[in-house]
Design a protein around this ligand. Structure first.
Ligand code: ACO
Length: 427
């Protein structure tokens, strides 16, 4: 394995160091490329660019592998809890019993939001999309904690991270309550992180809300499956925003904005809408043909992934969880049969086989969330809630990295070259 890569530019050979990670492809360190050759690299969409060094999450897209701090996602989803995975991502190791209990206690004691934040919600129209509310309200947290957040102090960074993880379920539940015109519920500290969220979302002050343990378990697992996913678009957004030293609450709001798009977190909403539109298995071939038609903008939502060229390991767990939730809640949904048959047909179709398009995490998540009772507009909010753990862990890792610099890509300029200004009456 060579430790340098040779690049011939302008008749001159230049060597660049090759860096080796613990697993995965080597990377060519081109930080000195411009200084040594006067040229840039061109990689829109960052398909071949490692933007940072990270020890959090590893994905092997060809093999369908996802590891958090080395632990396979399937094992974490089956055996761990969201709080434990959050601790793992933030701290690098699984917690001891005492560590986990202290961590849960800390998170629980930060779940309330400032009472003034409730008035902030009232500025939104009652039919506002909850993701619009999340962008605004999470960004507004920066106003509450700006002076108390010195990002160069690791302890203050930890407090900001705990606040974000703790307050996201409260804010997400408030966004939901606001959209249905029901009163906000305060957190209840004797409940788990996930049960507390379910109660704040579906409970009402008029009666006691009993959390169904099967639903709590499924929800917790869905949170685990969305906790982190290395340098995806929203995480890169959080890192880029944070690279300027910006307030972390504002950085997470930037991540939420990016996640909202249908090519990213919004795909779960789009996937369920698509499955409902298909409606019955006999219409599946028509939609498969549309997805293959280059002149039709329609894509199979919940299918394909920038990194996975194999089955998304999160989709495997998600499909199993659908069955568990249906069994526990004694419900069925014809949309699940459509999803199963659509997957089966697509995976036999040459177009999807050749392009290595497989179901991603979003393909089945909407079916479960809908069975639990969430409207589609809340799906991406739940994703944001869970991904906050990854965002803050990645942001912390970046700020602690001594090699960290402000993110500042360059460009291939194709606009006009220099020309003289022409007065308006001469144009
Ligand atoms: N349906 C039909 N064709 C597809 C699909 C799809 N879902 N996804 C990709 N393709 C085709 C493209 O048309 C393209 O064909 P071409 O080579 O003939 O032009 C080829 O497969 C490659 O697609 P790209 O868009 O270039 O791949 P990219 O890696 O940029 O995109 C993405 C990945 C955005 C996820 C894409 O697969 C997609 O749009 N999927 C549907 C949306 C979705 O489910 N997003 C969720 C992603 S997971 C997440 O954010 C949690």
């Amino acid at each position: 394995m060579s430790d340098t890569a040779k690049l011939a530019v302008g008749g001159k050979d230049t060597d660049f160091p090759v860096l080796h990670g613990s697993v995965g492809p080597d990377v060519i360190d081109i930080r000195k490329l411009y200084a040594q050759t006067g040229e840039f690299t061109y990689d829109p969409g960052f398909t071949s660019t490692a933007s940072c060094e990270s020890g959090l999450t590893y994905i092997d897209g060809e093999e369908g592998v996802l590891l958090h701090r080395g632990y396979p996602i399937g094992q974490l989803a089956e055996q761990s809890s969201f709080m434990e995975v959050a601790y793992l991502l933030l701290n690098g190791e699984l917690p001891s019993k005492d560590d986990l209990s202290t961590f849960k206690n800390t998170i629980t004691r930060h779940t309330m939001v400032h009472e003034q934040l409730a008035t902030f919600f009232r500025g939104f129209r009652r039919d506002a999309h909850p993701m619009a509310i999340m962008c605004g309200v999470v960004g507004a947290l920066s106003a509450f904690y700006h002076d108390s957040t010195d990002i160069s102090d690791p302890e203050q960074r930890t407090i900001a991270s705990h606040r974000l993880i703790a307050k996201m379920p409260t804010i997400a539940a408030m966004a939901y309550k606001y959209s249905v015109g029901q009163p906000f519920l305060y957190p209840q500290n004797d409940l788990s992180y996930t049960a507390n969220f379910l109660r704040m979302t579906f409970g009402v002050p008029a009666e006691e809300y009993v959390v169904d343990p099967a639903v709590e378990k499924a929800m917790d697992r869905i949170f685990i499956l969305h906790a982190d996913h290395e340098q995806n678009a929203s995480t890169s957004t959080v890192r880029l925003a944070g690279s300027s030293g910006a307030n972390p609450f504002a950085c997470i709001a930037a991540g939420i904005a990016c996640l909202w798009g249908p090519a990213h977190g919004g795909a779960n909403e789009a996937a369920l809408n698509m499955l409902r539109e298909i409606g019955t298995p006999d219409k599946i071939p028509h939609y498969i043909e549309r997805a293959k038609d280059k002149d039709d903008p329609f894509r199979l939502m919940g299918f394909g992934h920038r990194v996975y060229k194999n089955y998304d390991p999160r989709a495997t767990v998600m499909q199993k969880t659908v069955r568990e939730v249906f069994k526990a809640m004694k419900v069925t949904d014809p949309v699940f049969d459509v999803a199963l048959q659509l997957e089966e047909m697509a995976l036999k179709d040459d177009y999807f086989v050749e392009k290595k398009l497989f179901p991603n995490v979003d393909f089945y998540s909407g079916v479960i969330l809908s069975a639990i009772g969430f409207p589609t507009s809340m799906f991406t909010v739940l994703f944001a809630l869970a991904r906050t753990v990854g965002w803050v862990a990645q942001w912390n890792e970046m700020i602690s990295d001594p090699a960290q610099k402000i993110g500042r890509p360059r460009q291939l300029y194709t606009g006009p070259t220099q020309r003289d200004y022409v007065a308006i009456d001469k144009r």
